[in-house]
Design a binder for this molecule. Structure first.
Ligand code: CP
Length: 316
């Protein structure tokens, strides 16, 4: 007999486990997902955990890491994948179909949906109408919760802890959903300090500053070189060209912070340099050989973390 999907498992009546933003992640769940990710990385997770399950990956915005690591995670767990990788131009969205209608339909085909969409709140809208788990793969300049989880996993693996860290978030903090989600998750651990490094026009949104509240000590600066020697983690981000009103506005900020060998000399020896990728000039490739450059290891960690997320969402 082949391992087909002809007889999918019957759906239970329990509420689906959605992951649409940091609000869906409490401390015990974060701990559990990081622990399971480590088990998958060690090679001791069950490779058939999601056998006969089907994941839909619906991407209305471009992606390399998030889509392919989710798809790799599903396949490595014994499941199968159906995908719409350019849903904004090749799905019936082009004919005017609403996100809600599309999700209702896809819910009938797949056992879980990974969704990337350009509108803030899209994953929550999808979760509202889906009867299978919806996992956000990023909603415009809103949130990117699984990126933040893999960022935590990377920090813990590289530095051995998630508390009492001084983390610098640099670049386009207004539009960067990865920085916004990471700030939120870092506030769940004791004693962390955030240094927000951005030009005045690209400051972190007040909504995030309010949500991280008094648990996270926050300082703001425009000076990356001055902040660098004080940090345990420098989290560099891309200026998000696609979110600006005009090319001229983007050009005003392009290249505002570039991490090169000189900046790396200012970063402490124990610190790490992270970036969610893709990069677009804000880290000089000369830095790649520095052992503190953790961004490609970080991208690889996405696989283990997304295996853990899929297992939690689909297999309990
Ligand atoms: N970090 C990240 O979300 O990368 P992709 O846009 O390639 O998925």
């Amino acid at each position: 007999m082949t391992d087909t999907l002809t007889a999918p498992p019957a759906r239970t009546q329990v509420a689906p486990r959605h992951l649409t933003g940091p609000q869906d992640l409490d401390h015990p769940l974060i701990a559990r997902l990081l622990e399971r990710a480590a088990i998958f990385e060690s090679g001791s997770g069950d490779p058939d955990r999601l056998r006969r399950r089907l994941l839909a990956t619906i991407f209305y915005e471009p992606s390399t890491r998030t889509r392919l690591s989710f798809e790799a995670a599903m396949l490595r767990l014994g499941g199968q994948v159906l995908g719409a990788e350019s849903a904004g131009t090749t799905s019936s969205a082009v004919k005017g179909e609403s996100l809600e209608d599309a999700i209702r339909v896809i819910s009938g085909y797949a056992d879980a949906i990974v969704l990337r969409h350009p509108e803030v709140g899209a994953a929550q809208r999808a979760a509202h109408v889906a009867d299978v788990p919806v996992i956000s793969a990023g909603d415009g300049p809103g949130q990117h919760p699984t990126q933040a989880l893999l960022d935590l996993y990377t920090i813990r693996k590289e530095l051995g802890r998630l508390d009492h860290l001084r983390v610098g978030l640099a670049g386009d903090l207004r539009n960067g959903r990865t920085a916004r989600s990471l700030a939120d998750l870092l506030s769940r651990f004791a004693g962390n300090e955030l240094v927000l490094i951005a030009p005045p026009g690209l400051r972190m949104g007040e909504d995030v500053l309010r949500s991280v509240g008094p648990q996270l000590r926050v300082t703001e600066t425009t000076d990356l070189a001055e902040a660098a020697p004080t940090l345990d983690v420098l989290y560099q981000t891309r200026i998000q060209a696609e979110r600006f009103e005009s090319a001229a506005e983007y050009e005003r900020y392009r290249g505002v912070y570039v991490v090169g060998p000189e900046l790396m000399r200012r970063l402490p020896g124990h610190a790490i340099l992270m970036h969610p990728l893709p990069r677009a000039g804000e880290i000089d490739p000369q830095v790649d050989a520095d052992p503190r450059a953790a961004y490609f290891r970080q991208a690889r960690n996405g696989l283990w973390v997304r295996m853990a997320v899929l297992e939690w969402a689909m297999a309990g």
